[in-house]
Design a protein around this ligand. Structure first.
Ligand SMILES: Cc1cc2nc3c(=O)[nH]c(=O)nc-3n(C[C@H](O)[C@H](O)[C@H](O)COP(=O)(O)OP(=O)(O)OC[C@H]3O[C@@H](n4cnc5c(N)ncnc54)[C@H](O)[C@@H]3O)c2cc1C
Length: 315
């Protein structure tokens, strides 16, 4: 790490230029961003479920003029009038790679475009073209190892990964970055059979795609599949999806509790690690079953609401 890197902010604010747009399935568009600001972006090879923030341009189409070298770009961003600031949303990195001299960041955007159920990120992604620009915020390379990464199986001998389409890019990246001897199961619920994508998973991890047919609700396949896999006797019962009060996303990991629960360090390494992400009500429902009915210890699980039905995210 250079002395300069060590003293700089652990986050990079990068101007991302769209280099490629690939409509990889009915519900996913894969967008490749490049640009000189990515030279210090992210830790190659250890991406897992790292989260990044993307700022999409406001109605004018013009991003606010931020000094990307400033250590206080966040303060400068907040000082911009709201209607000129654009919209910030959270995404996963499907791939981080160096091509020639340039670092490229690849993001798989879910297209949810139904009137009343769409938002600025999805709309932007649906119309993105080569040359378009966004701001991308992510960890500085070599500066804050594992910053923004929640996947932490420790010495667990097997993993269970479960999520909906918004979690599919993170699950794919986790499985492609994981040691080849990893064992476990992944359940990924997606809108249609044509949204089943290729993942280079370790041979010992069974990946099951759950395509919703004919407008089934989010979680209607994922919840029973996970519960049946864990031997829950209620797996076949009708699923009662209930979220927390308020507008927040559920965020409960072994070392952070959005609910304010006490964090205790596990005495012994856990045998099995669970990583569950997707619509907040669905994840909350799974949490209720895993923690209350199946007695799974919170130190074994990351439960993460990635979006929330009826709620626009605020970054
Ligand atoms: C750590 C993390 C990683 C994420 N990674 C990804 C990723 O790699 N790819 C990805 O596509 N998303 C990802 N998401 C989810 C993404 O941030 C949200 O879906 C976000 O709400 C999209 O912003 P928007 O502007 O399109 O919609 P918003 O303005 O936030 O919401 C508008 C409306 O759309 C609804 N909505 C939002 N998302 C969906 C959806 N997927 N399906 C149906 N309705 C929806 C909301 O309930 C709301 O009613 C991630 C979220 C987190 C927290």
């Amino acid at each position: 790490m250079s002395a300069d890197t060590a003293t700089r902010s652990p986050f990079v604010l990068a101007l991302g230029h769209v280099r490629r747009v690939d409509r990889i399935s009915p519900s996913f568009v894969r967008i490749t961003f490049g640009g000189e600001d990515f030279a210090e972006f992210g830790d190659l090879g250890d991406v897992f479920d790292v989260r990044i923030k993307i700022v999409f341009p406001p109605a004018s189409g013009v991003l606010p003029p931020l000094d990307r070298q400033s250590e206080d770009w966040w303060g400068a961003y907040l000082a911009v009038a709201e209607d000129e600031r654009g919209s910030m949303r959270t995404y996963s990195v499907r791939e981080l790679r160096v091509v020639g001299e340039e670092t490229e960041v690849v993001v798989d955007f879910v297209l949810h475009l139904e009137p009343g159920l769409t938002g600025p990120a999805s709309l932007w992604a649906s119309a993105a073209a080569v040359g378009d620009q966004v701001f991308v915020v992510g960890p500085r390379r070599g500066r804050a190892v594992r910053s923004g990464i929640e996947y932490a199986p420790g010495a667990a001998r097997s993993v269970l990964l479960a999520g909906d389409e918004t979690a599919a890019p993170a699950i794919a990246r986790i499985l492609e970055d994981a040691p080849r001897e990893l064992r476990g199961t992944a359940f990924i619920e997606v809108p249609t059979t044509s949204d089943i994508l290729s993942i280079d998973a370790p041979a010992g991890v069974e990946v099951t795609w759950l395509p919703r047919a004919g407008g089934q609700a989010h979680g209607s396949l994922l919840i029973p599949a996970v519960l049946a896999h864990l031997g829950d006797a209620d797996a076949d019962a009708e699923v009662d999806v209930r979220d927390l009060e308020g507008d927040e996303l559920l965020w409960e990991t072994p070392d952070y509790s959005g609910l304010g629960e006490e964090i205790t360090v596990a005495d012994a390494p856990t045998d099995r690690y669970f990583w569950i992400a997707g619509e907040s009500g669905v994840v909350t429902t799974l949490r209720r079953h895993l923690v209350k009915d199946l007695g799974v210890d919170r130190a074994q699980v990351a439960f993460m609401g990635y979006w929330r039905r009826g709620v626009a995210m605020r970054g």
